[in-house]
Design a protein around this ligand. Structure first.
Ligand SMILES: *Cc1c(COP(=O)(O)O)cnc(C)c1O
Length: 500
């Protein structure tokens, strides 16, 4: 067998210490079933504090809005609601998320409504005094009509922009490229209609600022967008508006793989496997977007860059410090000079290290004869652990049953298969290297799944159970838990608030 290609997960404390308490994790699965999601609400607050520290370093004002869509949990949203109202808000992208945020203790003035909005969503956002990030001029007209018809107070709105120029030529001679197209927002070169609508509707909406959210990992592309938003806001001021907020969305990223070397080895091996110079690393030779055309690798790897040297708050710091592509001054300086508030909407990166997903091993058997590979069948399906929608799954951590040590035995390659009666139900299409062959009854723990992986794609197909979610907290030497929906950030977990 080839040397195992591990993708060891990045686990920091307290997630790392939770993973070592196998007794506790096993008792949770025994009580609540498999799959099971475990969340650490205290970590989301630590992450928010790290983002706030970047603001302080750059002397910036503004709020960190948690992009709720990354996780459905109540515990995480309630824990954030208990934070400083001036520092932490929540970004909701549906009527149900808005209702949830309000029920978790967020007041309307700390809520940002983004994404496509139906009338009920717009009405409730306006009614509770949320800020509305306007997707289009049509949405502005609908919002204005609602405010007028129902006698609501003026609504603060941000203008979501898109279609930024991403590579202006040097010395005016180069080509101008547009950044990737987005189906959200108004193209920055096409805002006239929207601006005159804002003027006409000044009695119902207050133009508070500009917003963007780019689906890219490129810090340069984001810096260009930021600059163009600042310039746009200058033009708006010249027209008599008073925008003072710039919302730069999310996408600060998470590093899932601990070692750069693991990631390089695996991605190189994937290319070699696609070329056929080494055995497949994936189920049925899946290429993650790469293909072999006459001995040359073509296509683009649709992979999340799972190893990141900077991510989350570090990425924000880098973005704010980058020399501005057109104006020369770093984004932080531009924001300061203009006295603009900076809003960010981190989803994935705010819930970094906030949780894990557990699955019980049901059955283990050889894959194709002579391959030396195994199928490890789990009480979980691809909807319960969908990190792969955005990238490559990292290795699960084996929590052995009974007194076995995880280290006993030989490394093996295994495909992790799900509990649906579907050929395609694999937890990952990647051949996973495990330090030893799991046994029925062992648990596999997938680390760092709170962002989009643990519940974003969960479904009820075949009436298989959807994972329950619990919140956990360290107290002294042991861990306490409660169902996610019973968590309130009032008393230490496990104590009844009414008995204190
Ligand atoms: C999804 C989304 C976010 C969060 O993105 P992450 O990559 O999870 O940080 C923020 N803002 C908007 C408008 C979004 O659609």
């Amino acid at each position: 067998m080839d040397a195992p290609l591990y993708l060891r997960p990045r686990v920091d404390p307290p997630l790392a210490s939770l993973l070592t308490d196998q007794h506790f994790l096993r008792s949770l699965v025994d009580t609540l079933g498999s799959p099971l999601n475990v969340l650490l609400p205290d970590v989301v607050v630590e992450n928010a504090a790290r983002f706030r520290a970047v603001y302080r370093r750059h002397h910036l004002t503004g709020r960190v809005y948690f992009a709720h869509k990354a996780n459905r949990s109540s515990a995480l949203v309630r824990r954030l609601a208990a934070e400083d109202p001036a520092a932490v808000g929540v970004d909701v992208a549906s009527l149900a998320e808005l209702q949830h945020a309000l029920g978790c203790g967020f007041t309307g003035d700390r809520i940002m409504a983004t994404g496509p909005k139906d009338t009920a969503f717009l009405w409730l956002a306006a009614r509770v005094g949320a800020t509305v990030s306007l997707d289009s001029r049509g949405e502005l007209e609908r919002l204005s009509a609602l405010v007028r018809t129902h006698g609501l107070a003026r609504v603060a709105v941000l203008v979501r922009l898109s279609g930024f120029e991403s590579a202006a030529g040097h010395g005016g001679s180069g080509t101008r490229l547009l950044s990737r197209r987005s189906r959200f927002g108004t193209p920055v070169r096409d805002t006239e209609g929207l601006l005159s609508a804002l003027e006409r509707n000044a009695d119902t909406v207050e133009f508070a600022g500009a917003a963007y959210h780019l689906d890219t990992t490129s810090v340069e592309e984001k810096a260009r967008a930021l600059e163009q938003c600042v310039l746009f806001m200058d033009e708006c001021r010249a027209r008599g508006f008073t925008p003072r907020t710039l919302d730069i969305g999310g996408g600060f990223g998470v590093g899932y793989v601990a070692e750069a070397e693991d990631w390089e080895r695996w991605t190189t091996a994937l290319t070699e496997a696609v070329l056929g110079v080494r055995p497949p690393l994936t189920w049925r030779g899946h290429g993650y977007g790469l293909r072999n055309e006459g001995g040359t690798v073509r296509g683009a790897a649709a992979l999340y860059p799972a190893y990141r040297s900077t991510a989350g708050p570090g990425y924000l710091d880098e973005l704010l410090s980058l020399p501005g592509p057109a104006l020369g001054r770093p984004p932080a300086t531009l924001l300061l000079e203009h006295l603009h508030d900076l809003y960010i909407e981190p989803g994935r990166s705010l819930v970094d290290q906030c949780g894990l997903s557990l699955a019980r091993v049901l059955d283990v058997r050889p894959a194709d004869p002579d391959s030396g590979q195994y199928l490890v069948h789990l009480a979980m399906n691809a909807g319960d652990m969908s990190l792969e929608e955005h990238g490559v799954l990292v290795d699960p951590v084996l929590l052995p049953r009974g007194e076995d040590a995880a280290g006993d035995g030989e490394p093996v390659g295994a495909y992790l298969t799900g509990n649906l009666c579907l050929e395609g139900d694999l937890i990952t299409r990647r051949l996973v290297s495990l330090h030893r062959l799991p046994r029925a009854g062992d648990l596999l723990a997938f680390a760092n799944t709170a962002g989009y992986a643990m519940d974003f794609h969960a479904h009820h197909a075949q009436r298989q159970p959807v994972a329950r979610t619990v919140a956990v907290e360290r107290r002294g030497d042991s861990w306490r838990w409660c169902p996610d929906e019973d968590y309130w950030p009032i008393t230490p977990l496990g104590e009844q608030p009414d008995e204190v």
